[in-house]
Each structure stands twice: as C-alpha cells, then as structure tokens.
Design a protein around this ligand. Structure first.
Ligand SMILES: NC(=O)c1ccc[n+]([C@@H]2O[C@H](COP(=O)([O-])OP(=O)(O)OC[C@H]3O[C@@H](n4cnc5c(N)ncnc54)[C@H](O)[C@@H]3O)[C@@H](O)[C@H]2O)c1
Ligand SMILES: O=C(O)C(=O)C[C@@H](O)[C@H](O)[C@H](O)COP(=O)(O)O
Ligand SMILES: [Zn+2]
Length: 382
C-alpha cells in the first residue's frame, strides 16, 4: 500500500519529470543521467521505512545491480535480489513462481516494494508478481532498455506469455515510481536500442505527426545520444502518460497503444519467442509497417504514407517485412491462430489498430478475417 510522501527529493539539473495522473494511483516518471545512484533517496522519499526485493536479469545484474544495491543501502533500504535468465522466455509461469517464492521467502510485506531493474521482460514479470503477492505490494520500475524507458515501465500493464500467446495472463498494477536513468542505455546493444525505437516511432504514428517529423529530422542524433535522445524519451513518456490517464484499463482509446501489436504479437508467438529471430520491438516495427500497408490496401490510407513509415523504420535498422525474420518461413494459419487469441478480440470479432495516415490511427472493430488472410497471403509471398 502506498505510504505518505514526507518530502520531495532535490531536483537535479537536466532532469525531467513526467506525471502519470491517475488519482490516488498517480506517480512520477523521473528521467535523467546517473539516477540509479539516487534511487534509494527517491524511493525512500515516497516509501519510507520499506524493505525491497529487486528483480533483474543476469545480464543487467552484471552491469548495473551493484550500484542500485549501494544506493538502496545508503538510504537505509534493506534489499534481496532475484536474478532471472535474460530474454522473452523468462515471461513464463515457471519464472513467475520462482519470483513469487523469493518474495515470500524474504517475508515481503504489502507495504514493502518490488523493484524491477531491467527491460520490459523483467518489468512485466516483476510487476505481475508484485500485483499478486499478498494481493498487491508496492512496485518501482528502474527500466534499463530504451523500450522499457519509453513504454513498458509506464502504464501498469504487467503479465507473462503462454505458448498460446503474448501477455495472455496478467494484471493492471501501477508502479509508485519510475526511475529512468538514461546513462544505463550506454551498455545496450545497437539491436536492442533500435527495437526500443520502434515504440518511440509508435507515438508519432498514433496521433502526433509533429513528433514523427521530429524523429525523421533527429533520428541519427537520437541514436548517437545527447539532448535529442533525452527529449525523445521524455516526449514518449508524455504521450503514453496522456493515453493511460484517459483510459487506464483499456476500455477504449488505450487500445491505440497496440498499433502494430496484433501482427507483431502473432509474429513473436510464431517464432516461439526466440530472440535470435525476433524481439518485441522488431515485431512491433514489422507490425506497424503491416498495419499501414493493410490500411492502404483497404483504401483507408495512402501507399505513400505506408512507404514513408517503412522508410523511417528501415533507416533505423528495423525490419519492416515478414520475410526479414531469419529462419523457416512463417505460416499464415499459425499467424491467424495467434490473431484470434488477441486480447482485443470481442464477441469473436477481430479488432486492429488501423490508420488514415501518419498520426491518424484509429481502433477498427469488426475487421473481416478474410481481408486479413488475403493481406497476409500477399505479404508472405514477398
Ligand atoms: N507492459 C507494457 O506496457 C509493455 C510495453 C512494451 C513492451 N512490453 C514487453 O516488454 C518486453 C520487451 O522489453 P525489452 O525490449 O526491454 O526486452 P528485454 O527485457 O528482454 O531486454 C532486452 C535485452 O537487453 C538486455 N538489457 C537490458 N538492459 C540492458 C542494459 N542497460 N545494457 C545491456 N543490456 C541490457 C536484457 O538482458 C535483454 O537481453 C516484451 O515482453 C514486451 O511484451 C510491455
Ligand atoms: O501500454 C499499452 O497499453 C500497450 O499496448 C503498450 C504495448 O507496447 C505493449 O507491448 C503491451 O504489453 C501490449 O499489451 P497487450 O495488452 O496487447 O498485451
Ligand atoms: Zn509493445
């Protein structure tokens, strides 16, 4: 249970704060360099007197865990740690059970906190464990990938995958605080940085054409690091915070954040969540390119806009075609089976996020399965 805030920690130059406004569940996203060393102070200011269980993966633990542990200890926060294997297959019942057991072994109380130190895999899994242990403990996100800093750490979607589909088991559970230390991105591989960039582009494509143009002008600077990168991260968080504040539990407009995900999640499932073939952000990149081409095929958007989207994603080193996925060719039936399990399906009818053009996405209910099948056949034949 959240406890009263005794005082706000000192603000540091160049630090940005984005507020996610959700009434009593509102929280700050703090974005800046070197924040991990101040994590103890920031957390203790909001959750005084707590103990914590840190959930992380083995790669992130090697690189960044000690600094977090030192920062927590410095603020008087006693912590234990669960280290899980890196990668999408960790979002499973087996690793959830291991995490829950570690929390119970540490005798974590409801007023204590789970701290997710890692990318979206760790954030989704740790957040779900935090949601269900003792029917809800405090949760803090310390995202370490670009994808997690611009998307998964914000908004409270938590969960795991099953062989039948992505994120099919989960809960909404908002964090108390998100601490995004952008300096941690310096150790991220170029491939994972590009994957996170797909979700940045998504905000422009949903309803912010000016942001898409900003990205077209500044992509090389964003990849190089510096003030444009920090700006893109903060603008992404503002975009997501606005959508989440308007529809926290996805009864309507939040579904827009799923642009590219109906196709993308189907592709991830079809490759068995194998990161050697496809990671989430790459699936979203292909999915967004497909959503724009599908919209053009249905006469809703222009082929020029679909081409412009694919060109921008391609220039960022992202795949935009199903054929770009390495390994055996994918099968239309397997993709349709995954699409039928999508969480947006209602009364058996398919829902896609389609578009009238760049920055003009909309929720399309009742999409004809035969239209999707014909479109996929064309795409798979390329
Ligand atoms: N909850 C949400 O709203 C939401 C939003 C978007 C995506 N997601 C989920 O997020 C997941 C993808 O997240 P991701 O792309 O962060 O993947 P990830 O968590 O698997 O991280 C990618 C890789 O980068 C490594 N890594 C993490 N931080 C690093 C760092 N600072 N330096 C070096 N290596 C580092 C990890 O060990 C991992 O190998 C998917 O499961 C997706 O479904 C959830
Ligand atoms: O926050 C949201 O809402 C999103 O849809 C963000 C997506 O980028 C993210 O991949 C999310 O996990 C997908 O949610 P799902 O409900 O389709 O599983
Ligand atoms: Zn996503």
């Amino acid at each position: 249970m959240p406890r009263p805030v005794p005082h706000a920690p000192a603000r540091v130059a160049d630090e940005r704060r984005v507020r996610v406004s959700l009434g009593s569940r509102s929280y700050d996203i703090v974005i800046g360099e070197g924040l991990i060393d101040r994590a103890g102070e920031e957390i203790a200011a909001r959750l005084p007197g707590i103990r914590a269980v840190i959930v992380t993966d083995e790669t992130v633990a090697r690189l960044h865990l000690t600094r977090l542990e030192i920062a927590l200890a410095g603020a008087g926060i006693e912590s234990t740690c669960v280290k899980l294997p890196a990668g999408e297959t960790t979002k499973s019942f087996a690793h959830l059970e291991r995490t829950v057991d570690a929390m119970l072994e540490a005798r974590l109380e409801r007023g204590d906190a789970v701290i997710a130190l890692g990318g979206g895999v760790i954030g989704d899994l740790a957040g779900f464990a935090s949601a269900i242990v003792k029917r809800g403990t405090n949760f803090v996100q310390v995202p370490t990938t670009l994808l997690a800093q611009v998307d998964s750490s914000v908004g409270g979607k938590t969960g795991i995958n099953t062989p039948r589909g992505k994120n099919l088991v989960g809960a909404f559970h908002q964090p108390t605080l998100v601490l995004s230390d952008i300096a941690l991105l310096d150790t991220l591989s170029p491939r994972e940085f590009a994957a996170g960039y797909a979700e940045v582009v998504k905000y422009g494509l949903i309803d912010r054409p000016d942001f898409f143009e900003f990205l077209e002008r500044n992509r090389p600077a964003i990849f190089a690091g510096g003030s444009e990168r920090a700006e893109a991260i903060a603008m992404s968080c503002e975009a997501k915070a606005a959508v989440v504040a308007a529809d926290e539990e996805e009864h309507a407009s939040r579904a827009l954040l799923n642009l590219g995900h109906t196709f993308g999640h189907a592709l991830e499932r079809a490759v068995g969540y194998d990161p050697a073939r496809l990671v989430h952000g790459e699936g979203v990149a292909i999915g967004m390119a497909l959503a724009h081409r599908f919209s053009a095929k249905l006469g809703l958007a222009t082929r020029q806009d679909a081409g412009r989207v694919a060109a921008h994603l391609g220039a960022a080193g992202l795949p935009t075609e199903i054929a770009a996925i390495p390994g055996p060719a994918l099968d239309r039936r397997a993709l349709m089976e995954a699409i039928a399990q999508d969480k947006k399906v209602s009364r058996g009818r398919l829902t896609f996020i389609l578009t009238h053009g760049i920055g003009q996405a909309f929720v399309a209910r009742d999409v004809e399965p035969t239209d999707v099948e014909r479109f996929l056949d064309e795409e798979l034949a390329k």
